[in-house]
Design a protein around this ligand. Structure first.
Ligand code: PXP
Length: 248
């Protein structure tokens, strides 16, 4: 049985650190520096509530072998995100992480830049979600802040939706209230349907707190790029603590 934060009265949003960038840095030189497994366990030690990885078919950052090696090491929530290709599904069903997040990425895509059209892909998503739900893996579907997309994610059988916050981050600089408004609406729909709520993409130390103050029922944020960039200046431990301070 799945409980979202509100149902368990744990209002604090959780921070999942996406470590793909760490793998990208390691792969740039071929060796094992930085050591991805060490970084992942250090993130946990420094206060991360979870670790996210996004394996892609070309293994340009996280490799299949990384995912397998991380599983027994992690003590917090393990979230694997990606496009549900047959290879991805096999990996997730083998590893059985706490959560799988379905992302509509083309294999060569630089980074996720849109949510699913959950209406158009209802049958496909329903089948995939069924497999993961039957295996006891919590499911989340990456969607834009659009009520209809959230509704169809629920119809497909998702436990949660992850709101794609890229557009929020872009609009935030100009008008933060207007930027967050569609996300509040989509988040209300998710809540009314009993879906758990995640959010991610381009969240950072500047825009995160405002987002969560407006939508305090977010269960989890997944943050990679900005957090690793901040760590270059602040160090990983302090960076994770700074992000944790933004959680409401
Ligand atoms: N959520 C999803 C589904 C993603 O694909 C990504 C990027 O890999 C993130 C969250 C994290 O985004 P960012 O690296 O901008 O923090």
């Amino acid at each position: 049985m799945y409980f979202c934060a509100e149902q368990t009265n744990q209002f604090m949003t959780r921070l999942s650190v996406n470590i793909n960038k760490v793998a990208t840095l390691r792969n740039a030189r071929g060796g094992n520096m930085p050591d991805l497994l060490q970084v992942a366990t250090d993130c946990e030690k420094f206060g991360a509530d979870g670790i996210t990885v996004h394996p892609r078919p070309d293994e340009r950052h996280i490799r299949r072998s990384d995912v397998l090696a991380l599983r027994p090491l992690l003590r917090t929530e393990f979230n694997i995100e990606g496009y549900p290709s047959p290879e991805f599904k096999d990996l997730v069903l083998k590893v059985k992480p706490h959560q799988v997040t379905l992302v509509p990425d083309a294999p060569t895509q630089l980074t996720s830049n849109s949510g699913w059209d959950t209406k158009l892909n209802l049958n496909f998503l329903s089948e995939v979600l069924d497999e993961f739900n039957n295996a006891g893996v919590r499911t989340s579907v990456f969607v834009a802040a659009a009520p209809e997309m959230v509704e169809y994610a629920a119809k497909a059988g998702a436990d949660r939706v992850e709101l794609y916050t890229g557009p929020y981050a872009v609009a935030f600089a100009k008008d933060r209230d207007a930027a967050v408004a569609p996300f509040v609406e989509a988040a209300k729909v998710a809540r009314s349907l009993g879906l758990g709520l995640n959010a991610g993409h381009d969240l950072n130390l500047t825009n995160l707190k405002f987002f969560l103050t407006n939508i305090p029922w977010v269960d989890e944020v997944s943050i990679g790029h900005a957090l690793i960039c901040d760590a270059l200046y602040l160090g990983l431990e302090r960076t994770i603590q700074e992000y944790k301070k933004q959680l409401v």
